[in-house]
Design a protein around this ligand. Structure first.
Ligand code: NDP
Length: 328
C-alpha cells in the first residue's frame, strides 16, 4: 500500500480528531492533476478545521489545508504537464475535497494557477489564501474608484494574515493606511509594513452610530460584526468597504444610512470560488505590488507537525502575519 504523510481529520463521537499520519494513496479523490505539495500555510479556516471549532470540514476522512504550492507529478489536463509549478487555493480543499497538509494532492486542473513569475513556491504560500484575499479586496476597492488620492484606507485585523498583506500592498500603492489592531504592541510591526496610523480595535468594536464622522474613503475588513458596522458608518461620501472576514462574528448590526445617505458601497470578497480570470489577475498583482522584503518580514515558517498545535492560536488572534508550512 502506497502512503504519504498528511494531517487527517476524522469524525469522532464528540466532534472531530486531527492527526499527522500516513494516508493511503488509494483514498485520494478524483482529479486530473496530481501534485507534489511543497508548501502550505496556516489560515484562520485551517485553525477551525484542525480544532474542530466550527464545522468547516464536510467530508470524512478529510485532509486539512486550504492552499498549497507544488510541482505537478502527473496530469491528464491539457493545461498542465509534469514538473509545472502550480498554486492552488480554495475550491473546497480541506472542506469538501482532500486538502493541502499532505505530501500529495489530487485536484482538478481547472483549479490551478501557474506559479507567478518572480515568486518562489514558498513566497506564494507566504502570501497564501489570506494574502490572495487581501489582493482581491484591494482590487475590489479600485473597481469602486478608490485611489490613493481619495483619502485614507482602514485595515482591520491588521496584524493578522489578511490585514498584514493588505497593509503592505496598499502602502506600496501609495495609500495612507490606518491599521486597526487589538495588539497595540504590534504598532512598530504595522508601521514597518507601511501603516501611516495605528488605532486600537476598541475604537471600532462598540455599537455603531447610524452615521459617524467621516474618517476613510475605503477599508479592508477581516473582522465583521460591529467593527464592520463602525467602518461603514465612518466611511466618506462615495467610499467603499471590502468585507472579507468574520474574526469577531458573522453578524452585521448596521443600518442602510451609509448606503442611502453617503452612497457608500459594501463589497463582498470570496476567495474560495473566485473564477480563474480574476484569480490570475490577483496573483499577477501580488507578484508586482507586494514588497518581497515586507513579505519576508510577515512570514514565519513551521514544519507540518506543528500545524495542529498552532490551530488554537490563530483562532485566538495570536498569530502575527503569515505562517508558511514546509511539507516534508
Ligand atoms: P488571522 O487570525 O491571521 O487574522 C485575524 C485578525 O483579526 C487577528 O490577527 C486579529 O488582528 C483580529 N481579530 C481576531 N479576533 C478578533 C476579535 N474578536 N475582534 C476583533 N478583531 C479580532 O486570520 P486571517 O487573516 O487568515 O483571516 C482573517 C479573516 O478573514 C477570518 O475571519 C477568515 O475566515 C477570513 N477569510 C476570508 C476569506 C474569504 O475568502 N472571504 C479568505 C481568507 C480569510 P489584531 O490582533 O491586529 O486585531
Amino acid at each position: 500500500m502506497a502512503t504519504f504523510k498528511a494531517i487527517r481529520i476524522d469524525k469522532a463521537d464528540k466532534g472531530t480528531t486531527a492527526a499527522l499520519t500516513a494516508f493511503d494513496e488509494a483514498e485520494l479523490m478524483d482529479g486530473d492533476v496530481t501534485v507534489r505539495v511543497e508548501w502550505s500555510t496556516l489560515n484562520y479556516k485551517d485553525g477551525l478545521a484542525v480544532t474542530g471549532r466550527s464545522p468547516v470540514v464536510r467530508r470524512f476522512p478529510m485532509i486539512a489545508g486550504i492552499d498549497f504550492a507544488g510541482t505537478v507529478a502527473h496530469s491528464s489536463h491539457p493545461s498542465w504537464k509534469a514538473d509545472d509549478k502550480v498554486v492552488c487555493t480554495g475550491w473546497g480543499m480541506g472542506e469538501t475535497h482532500l486538502g493541502a497538509y499532505a505530501e500529495k494532492a489530487r485536484v482538478k486542473g481547472d483549479w490551478l494557477v501557474a506559479l507567478p513569475d518572480g515568486l518562489s513556491a514558498r513566497e506564494a504560500m507566504a502570501i497564501g489564501t489570506a494574502g490572495f484575499t487581501a489582493m482581491l479586496a484591494v482590487i475590489a476597492l479600485e473597481k469602486q474608484g478608490i485611489a490613493p488620492g481619495s483619502g485614507p484606507v482602514v485595515v482591520t485585523g491588521a496584524a493578522g494574515g489578511v490585514g498584514s498583506v493588505a497593509i503592505a500592498v496598499l502602502s506600496k500603492l501609495g495609500y495612507h493606511v490606518i491599521a486597526s489592531t487589538g495588539r497595540m504592541a504590534e504598532a512598530g510591526y504595522l508601521g514597518d509594513l507601511g501603516a501611516t496610523e495605528v488605532i486600537g480595535r476598541n475604537e471600532l468594536s462598540g455599537p455603531a452610530k447610524t452615521l459617524a464622522k467621516e474618517r476613510w474613503a475605503g477599508g479592508v475588513d477581516s473582522v465583521g460584526s460591529t467593527t464592520l458596522a463602525n467602518l461603514l458608518s465612518m466611511t466618506k461620501y462615495g467610499g467603499a468597504i471590502a468585507a472579507c472576514g468574520l474574526a469577531a462574528g458573522m453578524d452585521l448590526p448596521s443600518s442602510v444610512a451609509p448606503f442611502i445617505l453617503r452612497g457608500v458601497s459594501l463589497v463582498g470578497i470570496d476567495s474560495v470560488m473566485c473564477p480563474l480570470v480574476p484569480r490570475k489577475v490577483a496573483w499577477g498583482r501580488l507578484a508586482s505590488d507586494l514588497d518581497r522584503a515586507k513579505l519576508a518580514e510577515i512570514t514565519h515558517e513551521i514544519p507540518l507537525d506543528q500545524v495542529i498545535a498552532l490551530g488554537p492560536q490563530i483562532l485566538a488572534g495570536q498569530v502575527r502575519g503569515r505562517i508558511v508550512v514546509k511539507i516534508p
